[in-house]
Design a protein around this ligand. Structure first.
Ligand SMILES: NC(=O)c1ccc[n+]([C@@H]2O[C@H](COP(=O)([O-])OP(=O)(O)OC[C@H]3O[C@@H](n4cnc5c(N)ncnc54)[C@H](O)[C@@H]3O)[C@@H](O)[C@H]2O)c1
Length: 342
């Protein structure tokens, strides 16, 4: 069997803890190249996983015989690297947030269309078992009409995760563009679009900074959101929570669903008739536990390439989630409720 050859650009934490180990476990794939501007990081990953180490992704694209590319770099490089890789005829898995501007997202989608290659965005929250189960329950009508939700993603900040610690690009506006709202808020935006099966049409928000020293990006956000059918909810993203909160509560006509809100059960369903059901569906992947649980992102991406099917989280999905985040930033700046256009 000829294996698909992958090149991973960026050898920081997400590559080290998720992309590279998950590609290494996938039988369809061979790690053929790794790239990081910090040469020793690329060398270290090449020693561990095989493949050739590069310091320049353009050279990697020109020289290495690759089928797939994972983009695991700071946010401002997602669009240029993804577009170059797509133009070079590679299928691309790009980390979130997809881009820093809508125009960039559109250009990425266009490059995928023109090259006929797949573009997937790594919104791994969709693959969490409790999240999938909640979506199934809602679709089957067990929860009835959905009225509202609250969702949060917060932890102590990227200094505890990024390979560069407190000196990380995550705190630099030119490289990150968005802080906690882009890092964590975009995950929950995408998750709620997925679970509810609806688009957000209006957003109001406070996007604040001040929790981190030496940072030029936001570190806390609280948003109110409304979907096309009128479901209203709150979304919080923070780098100032001492302990991780990755929870979602959905309030429906027939039941309340508590997702990742209990240390023991990943899903608790409070039915309106007074009954409570508990589900232990396995732990949500957390930065604290570093790669012990598969995100299913890599396997899904590889399956889509092998079976020539459209990735479930394609460029258009990434663009729609990014648009909500951009609308939240605009709302906070203008102190107005912002309409999210299509
Ligand atoms: N899906 C998730 O749950 C999740 C979790 C964490 C991070 N991420 C995303 O993954 C991306 C990377 O984050 P991270 O946590 O690995 O950051 P990190 O700071 O740990 O690593 C980034 C790496 O990129 C390298 N780099 C910078 N410029 C480069 C270039 N031009 N060419 C090659 N390499 C370059 C840096 O040297 C560094 O090693 C970010 O977009 C982030 O939002 C996603």
């Amino acid at each position: 069997m000829t294996k698909l050859k992958v090149g991973v650009v960026g050898c920081g934490s997400i590559a080290k803890f998720r992309h590279l180990p998950e590609y290494a476990m996938n039988k369809e794939v061979e790690i053929a190249a790794v790239c990081d501007i910090v040469e020793e990081r690329a060398n270290e990953m090449a020693d561990k996983y095989g493949g050739k180490a590069y310091a320049d992704y353009k050279l990697m694209l020109a020289e290495a015989d690759l089928d797939l590319v994972s983009v695991c770099t700071p946010n401002y490089l997602h669009a240029p690297i993804s577009i170059d890789a797509l133009k070079a005829g590679k299928h691309v898995l790009c980390e979130k947030p997809m881009a820093t501007k809508e125009e960039e997202a559109q250009n990425m989608i266009q490059a995928a269309k023109e090259s006929g290659k797949k573009l997937m965005i790594a919104h791994n929250q969709r693959f969490v078992p409790s999240h999938k189960k909640a979506k199934e329950m809602i679709e089957s009508g067990q929860v009835g009409k959905i009225f509202s939700f609250r969702t949060a993603f917060g932890h102590g900040g990227p200094e505890g995760w990024s390979v560069d610690g407190k000196d990380s690009w995550f705190f630099e506006k030119e490289k990150a563009f968005i802080g906690a709202m882009g890092d964590l808020g975009v995950h929950k935006t995408d998750l709620m679009r997925y679970i509810l099966g609806e688009e957000f049409v209006e957003v109001g928000s406070f996007v604040e900074s001040g929790a981190k020293e030496d940072s030029t990006v936001d570190d806390q956000a609280v948003c109110i959101l409304k979907t096309e059918s009128g479901i209203i909810g709150t979304l919080a993203a923070s780098w100032a929570y001492g302990k991780e909160d990755n929870s979602t509560v959905i309030y429906g006509e027939k039941a309340v669903l508590r997702l990742e809100d209990d240390p023991e059960y990943s899903l608790i369903v409070h039915h309106r008739n007074g009954e409570t059901e508990t589900f232990d569906l396995g732990k949500i992947q957390s930065n604290d536990e570093g790669g012990q649980t598969s995100t299913h992102v890599i396997d899904t991406f590889v399956d889509c390439v092998v079976n020539n099917s459209e990735p479930p989280i394609n460029g258009e999905e990434g663009r729609k989630s990014l648009k909500v985040v951009l609308a939240a930033l605009e709302s906070s700046e203008t102190k107005k409720i912002v309409q999210v256009t299509k």
